[in-house]
Every structure is written in C-alpha cells, then in structure tokens.
Design a protein around this ligand. Structure first.
Ligand code: NOJ
Length: 560
C-alpha cells in the first residue's frame, strides 16, 4: 500500500518528533533503581551465550597450532592465579557437538566465540569450519570475534605487538582470510573484543599478556593501532565482501558505568563523564565521530605539557585518518558487568603519569552492592540502563548487540544452585528491557559465559559459566547450574511475562539444581573409579602375568 502524497512528509515529521522526544525521554536524575518491568522484548530479539578461544578451547599445541602471547605468558611462573594456564581449559576443541547440545538445551539463537589467530594460521582453519557448520545445522547463528586477545607470539617478538603500526596490515590479512573462508556462513563479525583491556592490561599495567608496563604511553599507542586496524578491516569487508556476503562488521567495547557520587555537584558530574569517556569513549568516539573525545585530548595534552613533553602522549589522527575511521561500525558490541561511583580527584604529575592518573577521578563502591565473585564485579543493574542510554545519546543510537554480560562466583564453590546469578541475570536483562523502551536499539543479548573457563590472570578461580565445568576431571564434564533453567525460560518467553511466572521459574530452577549438585558431589568418586579402571587395573594385571610367567619358568626349570 502506498501513502497518499501529502501524508508522506507529515508522517516523516511525526516520526521525527517521536524520535526526538524519545531521545530526550531519559531522565538522568531519576532514581528508580528497584522497580521491575514486566514485559517482552521486540520480535526477533536474539538470545545467546559466549566464550572465547583461549579461554575455552585448550589444545594449545595441537594440529600445528602456533604459540600465542597467552601461551607464552601463562607458561611463565607467577603470571596467573596458581600458575593456571589455558593449555587444556574446557577442551572445547574436542567437544563441539557436546557444547552445541548445551546451547540447544537453552534454545539459544546465537553463540559468540572467537577465532584463534595462531590456530588458523598456518594449519587449523578446518576446526572453525566444523564449528560454524554444526552451529548452523542446529539453527544457532555464529557471532565471531576476530581478536579476543591471543596474538601470535611471533608478531609480539618481531614487532612488539600492538605497539607497532605494522600490526594493522597483519591483522587485516588475517581478517581477510577469515572473511574469505567463513564469510559465506558468518554474517556477524566483531573485529576486537574489549580493546580497553588489550591496551591497559596488556601494555600499561602488564597484568595481561604480553605483560608490558609502558606506563602513560603504551596503552595509548596500542589503542591507536587497534582503532586503525579495526577501521581497515571494516573497509576491507565493505569494499571486498559486503556485496557478496551481506554481513556486518562491528567492534565490541567493554566498559563500566560511572555514576557521579553527588549528582548535584558539577565536578562529580564531569568526573563521571570523563571516566566513561576514558573507557568506552576512547574507542567509540573515533569510530562514530572520527577523533578521540575532547576531554581525553585536553587532559592528556595538559598533563604531557606539565611533564615537559613537546607533544601529547595521546597520539593524533590526521584529517584523512579521521574520515577513514569515522563510521566504521555496522553495529556496536557492548560488554558490561559493573558500575562505580565517581568523584573528582587530582593527581599531581610529579609522581609519574599513567592512564589512571591522567583521568583525575576516584572510583568508589557502595558496600551494599552484592559482589559474589570477582572482586571488581559488583551487581548494579541500573548502571546497565544508564550506559546503554549514554551510547544511544553519544553515538547516534547505533544498533547494539550485548556481547558480554554475566557474573562470576568464588573459586572453590561447587554450588550449582546459583540463585545470585539468577538474580543478576534477571535484573540486568530487565534493565536492558527498560533501555529498549527508552529507545535504545538493542538487537541481541549474550550471556557471559556458556561455560566456566580460564579467566585470564585469575586462572580458574573465577567461574562465569551457566554450566559448571569440573576441571579436576580429565574429561571436563559440564553440569548445568540453576541459571541455565532460568535463562532458558526468559528465552522461551522472550522476556518477563508476569510476576507469578518469573517467581515460578526461579523456584523450579533452584529445585532441579540440587539433583545436579549430588551428581557433581559424586564426581571425585567417579574420577577415582576411572583412575582405578584406567591405570591401576591394567598395571596389576600386567604384574600378575609377569609374576606367573616367572613362577612358571621357575617350576619348569626345577622339573628338568
Ligand atoms: C571481559 C573479557 O572480554 C572476557 O574474556 C572475560 O571473561 C570477562 N571480561 C570477565 O572478566
């Protein structure tokens, strides 16, 4: 049906007015933290779970795989909790079918994983073919990250990794190969996962591979090359593959929300904004607007001048580069876990400058916020809605996929009845629903993570999984936590139909988990039994045969 000629423009104006009023709707001063909204997500909303290559695959040296910076980093003593490594991790490399059946159990629409660069170059390209084919056969959309931190070690040794501009072309070659090989089937590409961590933890604090402590400069330089590499890969897809493959290329940025300690204090408001700009804005502003946030340029520039440096420690983009980088994200991936209260704090520049002191902020937490697992992860669901609205306002309401959101639990806990995780998911997903009602364009949600897995410098001490993995058992069995059942219900109903239903889901989910708990408790016994059958029995039998043979020989000799 066609619109009558004169109604067209009227409608456009109407739509525009509606959009503008929706954009202004969000009330930043409202404090409705505890309300719950019952309702459903838009049709076609995509529900998923995720993981990454180094954290889950294991098989670190199998089938010709090269070394990554994480293989080398974790093999040095003292870099991770209890010197844990990802050498075998969940053995996901051998368990494609098993893990896909776990996804089917929850009716996931998508699965987010990453491709290990040193695995596919030179020989491991087939593994991901099988994984992608199996996912598609099971009607699960693959969302593929090209860089989830495992740079080939050879590029680190030869060039200094992301400190070096030549990484841009190497990464582009790798991405191009992935588009060529998998792009007929993969339509959602993420160039970088959480580049903030790569830059700050890899090149500033050294807590992550490659473990460099180039304070005040390393992170900015690494980020600069990552942003350019992202843009180049987007252009490669755009010019060479998009028309044939019809997919999308985005980036996944992770960041905490920063809330002013006192929302009536202008200094706190500015400090909180700065906190978010130094986190997400550092990458999002160049990609959506062509240059670094003004506040980063001002602060780092001023502090560099105070140090007596001729130029800012924050690198600059040429005007050509700015227009090349601007607009290079078909969607924005968002990883989010927690929130901080922020206040202004000045750091004197004579005590050494770092990324952290450049921001002039102090972070605070409310002691009442629950923190069941990782020490940095407080559950503050309302921060999620605010962060999403910030993105809508600052980056022109982009299409958003939540690429990571979830919560961990403390190390020795073998508890499958994870009611705090149920609460975390319930409240965070609800805040995302509210954000969608505010007009934020969120298309999909990825629970982080499908499995318990290697948690970087924290080793296996922090478990983020919906499924518990028994790392003590060499078969790495997976057990569903109660949150699996709860998440499955949200997916089935595409949201939260009503209070009674949601309470029933929670009750039922926690009822079933006690049976699985018993299975898990029996597991050490099972592994013990396996040891008995696999090692002790054959050894004893061989010994018996040997002793009998010697005894027989002895008898025969005596007779003669
Ligand atoms: C973000 C990282 O991308 C992911 O690999 C990690 O598991 C989560 N943070 C939780 O720490």
């Amino acid at each position: 049906m066609m619109l009558p000629q004169r109604v067209g423009p009227v409608c456009h104006v109407l739509v525009l007015v509606l959009c503008l009023s929706a954009a202004e709707d969000f009330d930043w001063s409202a404090n409705n933290h505890d309300s719950f909204y019952y309702g459903t997500f838009p049709n076609g909303f995509s529900w998923g779970a995720g993981g990454s290559a180094y954290q889950t695959e294991g098989a670190w040296d199998k089938d010709g795989k090269g070394l990554s910076i994480w293989d080398v980093f974790t093999h040095k003593k003292g870099k991770t909790f209890l010197n844990d490594t990802g050498d075998s991790s969940c053995d996901g490399y051998y368990k494609i079918k098993d893990d896909i059946s776990l996804m089917k159990e929850m009716n996931l629409n998508h699965y987010r994983f990453s491709i290990s660069w040193p695995r596919i170059m030179p020989t491991g390209i087939r593994y991901y073919d099988v994984l992608i084919d199996e996912l598609l056969e099971n009607k699960i959309t693959p969302i593929v990250t090209l860089y989830h931190w495992d740079l080939p070690q050879v590029l680190q040794e030869k060039y200094g990794g992301w400190q070096n501009i030549s990484m841009i072309n190497y990464f582009n070659d790798f991405a191009n190969l992935c588009f060529e090989r998998y792009g007929d089937r993969v339509k959602h590409w993420i160039t970088f996962n959480n580049p903030w961590s790569v830059a700050v933890e890899g090149y500033e604090t050294g807590e992550h591979a490659p473990g460099l402590k180039l304070r005040g400069t390393g992170a900015y330089r690494a980020a600069h090359h990552i942003i350019k590499a992202h843009a180049k890969v987007w252009h490669t897809y755009d010019s060479q593959w998009r028309s044939k493959q019809k997919g999308m290329v985005g980036i996944s940025l992770s960041g905490d929300w920063g809330e002013p300690v006192d929302i009536t204090n202008q200094k706190d408001i500015e400090a909180a904004e700065r906190y978010v700009q130094f986190y997400i804005g550092w990458f999002a502003t160049p990609i959506f607007h062509g240059d670094y946030p003004q506040v980063m340029k001002d602060f780092i520039g001023r502090k560099s001048a105070l140090q007596g440096l001729g130029t800012s420690r924050l690198p600059t983009f040429s005007s050509q580069e700015k227009s090349y980088i601007k607009g290079t994200s078909d969607f924005l991936g968002v990883g989010h876990f927690t929130t901080r209260y922020i206040t202004q704090k000045s750091y004197p520049s004579n005590r050494g400058t770092t990324y952290f002191s450049d921001r002039d902020v102090a972070e605070l937490v409310d002691p009442r916020w629950p923190d069941p697992g990782s020490e940095w992860l407080y559950s503050v669901p309302w921060g999620f809605r605010r962060l999403l609205n910030f993105m809508k306002t600052h980056y022109g309401n982009p299409m958003i996929y939540i690429t990571e959101n979830g919560v961990s639990e403390k190390m020795m806990c073998t508890e499958l009845c994870d009611d705090w995780r149920i609460k975390y998911y319930k409240d965070y997903i609800n805040e995302m629903l509210k954000a969608i009602r505010d007009g934020v364009n969120v298309k999909g949600y990825t629970a982080w993570s499908l499995l318990d897995k290697f948690e970087w410098d924290e080793g296996y001490s922090e478990r983020f999984g919906l499924y518990y993995v028994d790392f003590r058992n060499q078969n790495k069995p997976r057990y569903p936590k109660a949150s699996v059942q709860f998440y499955k219900r949200i997916i089935q109903s595409n949201g939260f139909p009503g209070q009674r239903e949601v309470e029933t889901w929670k009750r039922k989910a926690t009822e079933t988990c006690s049976t699985s708990n018993q299975l898990l408790a029996a597991d050490p016994l099972t592994s013990h039994m396996e040891m008995v059958t696999e090692v002790v029995v054959p050894t004893v039998c061989t010994l018996c045969i040997l002793i009998s043979a010697v005894f027989l020989m002895f008898l025969l000799r005596k007779r003669n």
